[in-house]
Design a protein around this ligand. Structure first.
Ligand SMILES: [Fe+2]
Length: 427
């Protein structure tokens, strides 16, 4: 039980942010988009991180490739935003053109340059997938993605994330450092601070936390009361708190839709009954959850993947929360990617996996940008987190504050982030 001191400079200093741009972002695997964004030949997705931009391109040969987003003529940005049905990558500036596989195909007035097509391909980047998540790395010599992610994919095998498709992604510009942001998703110590509505329905204290070499995990149980509450709420109160926080999982969007649960008075029975409601809600949408246990149905397996994402895995949903650096150390973007299971035919079985690997049936998700002030649109808990980011960051600028005091146990996933960051930054 010790305190780890984290210098405030790493959240507010322009020099520190410059070091991240020089030594972290060009070398680390990072989540770029969903497989649904680039499911078809001619799909192009632009991933930006600070000043860097990469394009992920689904080639006519079915291969996924990534390139630095820059024309090899005079360095203009090649593509802007996401596109579909693209047959070539043409720079609007002077119309130099590359094929989707990155080979040069056209230079207007070519004889003035004397460059042959095989001489000047686009600058490649690494790209690979874990389930429906697409990752990129600017470093051509980076270790394979699965080595980098180890042991997260093996730990999450039970959930078979290939079953999922992305339906929507929301980006919000927020007034805090990207680490302040992702650290809000790296501990549940703040549930008793800003998410008190969760206390009757969530064990915010005893959920086991794991830190591996790079990444971390929290397993958290829902449908039971926090040990911080001195008196156990009754079943109806626990159920209504569950509905307020995440009732849509069980087909109950409002307290009015919650209805009455039979009062079992035991955590086990109440959790089984909530798990069954989630299963039934899934079955009505053509999704079969019969193979998942009650605990797998109701609880969260949260992975903190270095450096800037957390993946929340449930049997019935996967959410990716990503923190992207903004224009200066005091700004960033929170990107939320929602994945839902692909409905199977009646009676399910292993059909979902077949559907998932066959990308032809996938459709590009909706992409929406919101402002931090649109908190109400984000749901109760996320809205509370977003409202808290600016306050967290402003405090860091007080001249008397030299370092933060972080618990090595309770906040171990934050400590792990900074240890890994120091390794990349060689500080
Ligand atoms: Fe939170």
């Amino acid at each position: 039980m010790t305190v780890v001191r984290i210098p405030v400079d790493c959240y507010i200093s322009a020099d520190f942010a410059a070091l991240e741009l020089a030594r972290l972002w060009p070398r680390v695997w990072q989540f770029a988009c969903s497989i649904d964004d680039v499911a078809h030949p001619g799909d192009v997705y632009e991933h930006t991180i600070g000043p860097y931009s990469l394009i992920i391109v689904h080639g006519e040969d079915g291969e996924l490739r990534a390139f630095q987003n820059v024309c090899q003529h005079r360095g203009a940005e090649l593509c802007t935003g996401n596109q579909h049905g693209v047959t070539e990558l043409r720079c609007p500036f002077h119309r130099w053109t590359w094929n989707l596989d990155g080979t040069l195909s056209e230079i207007p007035s070519r004889k003035e340059f004397g460059i042959r097509n095989e001489e000047l391909g686009l600058i490649p980047a690494r790209v690979d997938t874990w389930g429906p998540l697409v990752f990129v790395n600017l470093d051509p010599d980076a270790e394979p993605l699965y080595e980098f992610l180890d042991p997260v994919p093996a730990d999450a095998l039970w959930a078979d994330i290939d079953r999922f498709a992305c339906n929507a992604a929301v980006a919000i510009h927020v007034d805090c450092n990207w680490k302040t942001l992702i650290e809000g998703f790296s501990e549940t110590y703040h549930v008793q601070g800003i998410h008190r509505e969760m206390l009757p329905m969530c064990d915010d204290v005893r959920g086991p936390q794991t830190t591996w070499q790079r990444h971390g995990k929290l397993q958290q149980s829902y449908g039971l009361a926090s040990p911080r509450l001195h008196e156990r709420p009754n079943d109806q109160q626990i159920w209504e708190a569950f509905v307020e926080v995440m009732g849509a999982r069980a087909g109950a969007d409002t307290i009015e839709a919650a209805g009455i649960v039979p009062n079992h008075g035991t955590t086990l029975e109440l959790r089984a009954s909530i798990a069954q409601r989630i299963r039934e809600h899934g079955a009505a949408k053509g999704i079969d959850y019969e193979r998942f246990s009650d605990a797998e149905m109701i609880d969260m397996h949260q992975y903190n993947i270095f450096p800037n994402i957390t993946v929340l895995v449930f049997a019935d949903m996967v959410n990716v929360v990503r923190a992207r650096p903004g224009a200066d150390p005091d700004h960033s973007y929170i990107d939320m990617w929602n994945f839902a299971p692909i409905p199977t035919v009646a009676g399910g079985g292993s059909v979902a996996t077949t559907v998932a690997t066959d990308t032809t049936t996938r459709v590009a998700p909706l992409h929406v940008e919101l402002q931090a002030a649109d908190g109400d649109l984000m749901g109760l808990i996320l809205g509370q987190d977003v409202k808290n980011f600016g306050r967290s960051q402003r405090g860091l600028h007080q001249p008397g504050l030299a370092h933060l005091n972080v618990s090595e146990t309770e906040e171990c996933r934050i400590v792990s982030l900074h240890r890994n960051l120091a390794e990349y930054l060689e500080t």
